[in-house]
Design a protein around this ligand. Sequence first.
Ligand code: CP
Ligand code: NVA
Length: 308
Amino acid sequence: MKRDLLTIRDLSPPEILRLISRAGEMKAQWSQGSFQPTLTGKVLGLVFVKPSTRTRVSFESAVYRLGGHCIFMTANDTQISRQEPLADMARVLARYVDAIAVRTYAHTDVEELARYASIPVINALTDLYHPCQILSDLLTIKEKRGSLDDLCVAWVGDGNNVAHSWINAAAVLGFTLYLACPKNYEPRAEILEWGRSQGKGKIISVNDPVEAVRQADVLYTDVWASMGQEAEAEARKEIFRPYQINKDLLAAAPPHAMVLHCLPAHRGEEITEEVLEGPQSVVFDQAENRMHLQMALLEWLIQENRRP
Ligand code: CP
Ligand code: NVA
């Protein structure tokens, strides 16, 4: 049966750990020159309605390294721009390609594509979730920290799509997640409730960023205005000012804490230049791991869907 990755909730803990482990193995084999392509002749369709640097290029490079081919489409390149139903596009693309990765606004759009496509559909970011980001961040944390046991992550900033995926990951894997967000910019209540209802890990909302980072192994932030929220960007700068990751906030965290940011970063807003470029920041290793994790993800999803 085909599998999709629309949210981290689609995966079991062993599946997440296997993806991280396989990604690490592929990364090592690639650097040693012993990597054997496993998706020769396979095709990935990328449908991107929002801009991207990392996600697009890491998916394209991932599929080429695996021996496959990639077709990149923006909304304007396709008949979606002329109101072709997503259900039709899903059924047509499924006859040409082996998996589709989609970046768009409404999460319901990737759900609809997944419902109608007989091939795996991967969420490459929606307004609600960014699961590929968090899977590769877990690889980065495992590499840097040695394990994911007793992990404590502090999210500081907007309760956005990336924060929602962290909530899902904490609930599925069972680790501690502190969320420090301004009032009215917290993660969606139903996502928090779902996370807490799973009975694994601890998901703690606080107002004070210092309280969030005090025991953190990882400090994490993201832009204050996500794609689609450009009109709110100026107003948000004032509201979010106390939620900046800067040297004072970092000093309140344990000395071993590392700083992650999914990028792109706005220096001087959600994070200072000093912290982003400082010794505790791992953001460029983090960005690299998008590709390694997605290689493991594509291999798994496409092989899983292989017909007898
Ligand atoms: N982190 C991330 O998804 O970056 P892009 O928007 O550049 O793909
Ligand atoms: N929250 C950001 C993440 C970008 C990778 C956005 O949706 O724009």
